[in-house]
Design a protein around this ligand. Structure first.
Ligand code: NAX
Length: 325
C-alpha cells in the first residue's frame, strides 16, 4: 500500500467541512488506493473544538480503511505540519450589518497568518486550495505570504460555478451531464463569475448551436450560475455545503490527474484581460499531480469581454481593500 498523504482542512466542523471530511476519508478525493491522514483545524472557540471532537468520533465510527490517523487541533502550526494538501475552508462569515470591506479585512488577517504558517511548516510538495470567501482574494493574500513555496501552489475554488454551469446546460439541452464538455468559469467566485458558453460543447457539438437560444445563454443561464448560491439559501434556509464539498473533491481530483481540463482560480499574468496579479478563475490543464498550465487562446466575443471586464473590476476592487491593511 502507498504511504499516507497528509491533508489539512480548516473549518473542519463547518457545514462544508462536515460533508467534506467523510468524502476524503472514503477515498473520493485521492482514489481508493491512497491512504490519508486528516489534520483538522478549527477556530480556538470552545463550541468549535467540542464539535470537532464529535466529528472525529464519527470519522472513527466509519472505520474507513484508508484513514490512517486524525490530528485535531486549533493550532494551525500543528495542523499544517508536513501537510501535502491544505484545504482552507474556514473563514469568517459575513455578520448582520457587516460591510463587505470589513469582511475582506477580517478574512485577510486569517489568510495572512495561514499563508505564513503553511510556508513555514507544510511539506515541500504542498498544494493549497482556498474555499473560504472571498476565495480568490483570500488565495492571493495567502500566496503573498509564501517565501519558500512558489505562487502556483495556491489555487482558489471556482469549480462549484463550473459544475453549476454544466448542470444548467445539460438540463436546458435535455442531455446527461456527461455530454457537456469544455465549460469553464472565469473570474471571481461571486455573482460576476463568467461561464464561457461559447466554447462549451454538447455531445461534441457547439453548445450555442444545440441550445440555439442566445437570449437564454446571455441572460437566464449566466444569471442562474451567478446567483445559484443565493437561490439555494432562499429555499434551503442555509448555504450550499454538500455541493461545495463535492466541488472541492472535483477540484483536487482534477488537479491531481494529469491531462484533466478544469477551472481553477490562479494568479493572473494578464491572460483573458485579467489584471496582472489578481487571482482569477481560468481554464487549466493539469500537467502533473498538483501542477497545471493555463489554457490560453480561447477567443472572446464582445459579450464575453464585457462580462470578463466586470468580474475583473470586482477582483481589482477587492485587492484595493486588502491593500489598505
Ligand atoms: P461555516 O460557517 O459553516 O463553517 C466555517 C468554519 O470555519 C466554522 O466551523 C469556523 O469555526 C471555522 N473557522 C473560522 N475561522 C477559522 C480559522 N481561522 N481557522 C480554522 N477554522 C476557522 O461555513 P461553510 O458553509 O462551511 O463555508 C465555509 C466557507 O466557504 C465560507 O467562507 C463560504 O462563504 C465559502 N464558500 C465558498 C465556495 C466557493 O465556491 N469558493 C462555495 C461555498 C461556500 O459559500
Amino acid at each position: 500500500m502507498k504511504a499516507p498523504i497528509r491533508v489539512a482542512v480548516t473549518g473542519a466542523t463547518g457545514h462544508i467541512g462536515y460533508s467534506l471530511l467523510f468524502r476524503i476519508a472514503s477515498g473520493a478525493m485521492f482514489g481508493p488506493e491512497q491512504p490519508v491522514i486528516l489534520q483538522l483545524i478549527e477556530a480556538p472557540i470552545e463550541k468549535a473544538i467540542k464539535a470537532l471532537k464529535g466529528t472525529v468520533m464519527e470519522l472513527d465510527d466509519c472505520a474507513f480503511p484508508l484513514l490512517k490517523d486524525i490530528v485535531k487541533t486549533s493550532d494551525a502550526a500543528v495542523g499544517f505540519k508536513n501537510a501535502n494538501w491544505c484545504l482552507l475552508v474556514g473563514a469568517k462569515p459575513r455578520g448582520p450589518d457587516m460591510e463587505r470591506a470589513d469582511l475582506l479585512k477580517d478574512n485577510a488577517k486569517i489568510f495572512i497568518a495561514q499563508g505564513k504558517l503553511i510556508d513555514a511548516v507544510a511539506a515541500d510538495d504542498v498544494s493549497v486550495v482556498v474555499v473560504g470567501n472571498p476565495a480568490n482574494t483570500n488565495c492571493m493574500i495567502a500566496a503573498s505570504q509564501a517565501k519558500r513555496l512558489p505562487y502556483d501552489r495556491f489555487t482558489a475554488m471556482v469549480r462549484l460555478d463550473q459544475n453549476r454551469a454544466q448542470t444548467q446546460l445539460a438540463k436546458k439541452a435535455g442531455v446527461d451531464f456527461t455530454a457537456i464538455e469544455n465549460i469553464f468559469t472565469y473570474g471571481n467566485h461571486s455573482p460576476t463569475i463568467f461561464p464561457a458558453f461559447a466554447h462549451a460543447t454538447i455531445a461534441g457539438k457547439p453548445a450555442e448551436q444545440v441550445i440555439n437560444n442566445d437570449a437564454w445563454l446571455q441572460g437566464p443561464f449566466y444569471e442562474a450560475v451567478g446567483k445559484r448560491g443565493a437561490d439555494i439559501i432562499a429555499v434551503r434556509g442555509t448555504s450550499s455545503a454538500a455541493s461545495a464539498a463535492n466541488a472541492l473533491v472535483d477540484h483536487v481530483r482534477s488537479l491531481a490527474t494529469p491531462g484533466s481540463m478544469h477551472s481553477i482560480a490562479v494568479k493572473s499574468n494578464g491572460v483573458y484581460g485579467f489584471d496582472k496579479d489578481v487571482w482569477a478563475g481560468v481554464p487549466v490543464r493539469t500537467t502533473s499531480p498538483g501542477r497545471y498550465e493555463v489554457i490560453t487562446g480561447y477567443s472572446m466575443d464582445d459579450f464575453a469581454k464585457f462580462k470578463l471586464a466586470a468580474t475583473n473590476k470586482e477582483l481589482i476592487e477587492e485587492r484595493a481593500v486588502v491593500n489598505m491593511l
